[in-house]
Write a protein that binds this ligand. Structure first.
Ligand SMILES: [Zn+2]
Length: 431
């Protein structure tokens, strides 16, 4: 991209220049200092003063016009009460959110960055103290709306890179690692952990035997290998799940970079636990490749899609920002309620296994590979009676009213099919 296009994109994001001064305009805050000190304070009531202070000859002046970009930073003493009205706090918060979005946008312009994209998807529009943007000062509503629009533009501008292709592969990888990770943390090892643990232990055992020939009676080494599985696995899985940017260097793809990072993390952990010897590197290589085969072996057969309903009030065992990416990659129907977003869509079966111990959060509604359009899912979820989404209803698809969901889905499909046929016959009436 040319520099001028980048500059244009930057320019379209709102900044402090778009935030009015409001009640701060023309404010003149007298500064205070201790009789013998040089530090300027914003208030005579600052608790840093032990004896009554005196007026410093200067004051902090906010210009009459212009924007928040022109408000001087009070700076200096950390104990001073803020001399500005609440508007200042609210406006500063808005400005810092604008800067946050600017940073995310710059990272996305710089190259593939799943974490930055998820950051934009989950970019909150809350005010200071988690306040609802609806309660914002009336002068801040316009820049706030500009920020929300800018967030949507940034998300849309980069969507093509994160809706499919490498990003879909990344999300499948993150999902598989999350599945193994939660399996790993259960008190009783789950079905995915067992074969893995056995294989890794075998590899460690072989390495240990080879080592003992050269260096007999190394009890500490035996201990380190035996307990290495837990420590090393956890680090390896966490590196795979990590949304943050994996340095691509000369790697051909973000997925390859993610694998390389997991390998580096594992190697680092092994080298630290065992002595930093050449065979530690060989061990890391073997464990990494075995783990990689296992993850690929789990992901592949579970990539077939099933129709699921998701109750937005629950969480699944996926890094939470990645959940937003899940809905971007597998858009379906969304029903907004005052408390949350409920989804009906088709996505890889893998993600339906990512639930906590006690509950299922992604419920399989229809076990089918029929890929419906988001329109069909939207129509079906729109036709679910409102009562199913009431705050006290447990899992909307389980209530009696929503129990008709497969029926609603079938109706929506039939409607869509007949609309398609009508459109075709309108195009080609002789058929
Ligand atoms: Zn002070």
């Amino acid at each position: 991209m040319s520099a001028s296009v980048a500059a244009q994109n930057e320019a379209s994001l709102p900044t402090a220049h778009d935030v009015p001064l409001g009640p701060l305009a023309g404010m003149d805050v007298p500064l205070w200092k201790a009789a013998t000190g040089a530090v300027l304070h914003l208030s005579a009531d600052c608790r840093a003063f032990r004896v009554p202070p005196q007026r410093a000859g200067v004051s902090l002046r906010v210009p009459d016009r212009d924007s928040m970009a022109d408000v001087p930073e009070p700076g200096g003493c950390q104990s001073c009460p803020n001399p500005f009205p609440d508007y200042y706090t609210e406006a500063r918060h808005l400005v810092s959110r604008m800067e946050d979005l600017g940073k995310l946008a710059a990272r996305l312009e710089a190259g593939h960055d799943l974490d930055a994209y998820c950051g934009v998807l989950t970019f909150g529009m809350r005010g200071p103290g988690g306040r609802d943007p609806k309660d914002a000062h009336r002068l801040l509503r316009k820049p706030l709306a500009a920020l929300a629009a800018a967030r949507d533009r940034v998300a849309e501008r980069h969507a093509h890179n994160y809706r499919g292709g490498e990003a879909t592969e990344e999300l499948l990888l993150i999902g598989t690692a999350s599945l193994l990770h939660s399996d790993f943390h259960r008190r009783r090892p789950g079905k995915f952990r067992l074969p893995w643990q056995e294989t890794w232990e075998e590899i460690c055992e072989e390495a240990l035997e080879a080592q003992e020939l050269e260096n007999p009676s190394s009890d500490q080494l035996r201990y380190d290998y035996r307990y290495g599985f837990d420590r090393w696995c956890e680090k390896w899985l966490t590196a795979l799940m990590d949304l943050s940017h994996a340095e691509q260097h000369d790697r051909p793809s973000p997925v390859a970079a993610r694998w390389a990072r997991a390998h580096d993390v594992l190697e680092h952990a092994i080298k630290r636990d065992l002595q930093d010897e050449p065979w530690a590197v060989r061990l890391a290589d073997r464990l990494h490749h075995t783990g990689r085969g296992l993850v690929a072996g789990i992901a592949a057969p579970m990539a077939d899609r099933v129709v699921v309903a998701y109750d937005g009030r629950e969480v699944i065992d996926l890094p939470w920002a990645a959940q937003e990416l899940l809905w971007v990659q597998y858009p379906g129907g969304v029903r907004e309620t005052s408390r949350s977003q409920h989804h009906l869509t088709a996505l890889p079966r893998l993600f339906t296994l990512l639930d906590g111990l006690s509950r299922r959060s992604l419920d399989v509604i229809a076990d089918t590979d029929w890929h419906d359009s988001p329109t069909v899912y939207q129509e079906a979820i729109d036709n679910v009676p409102k009562a199913a989404f009431s705050p006290d209803a447990h899992c909307w698809w389980n209530t009696n009213a929503a129990g008709r969901l497969p029926h609603l889905l079938a109706t929506a499909r039939a409607d869509a099919a007949s609309a398609r046929r009508q459109a075709q016959s309108a195009q080609a009436p002789w058929r």
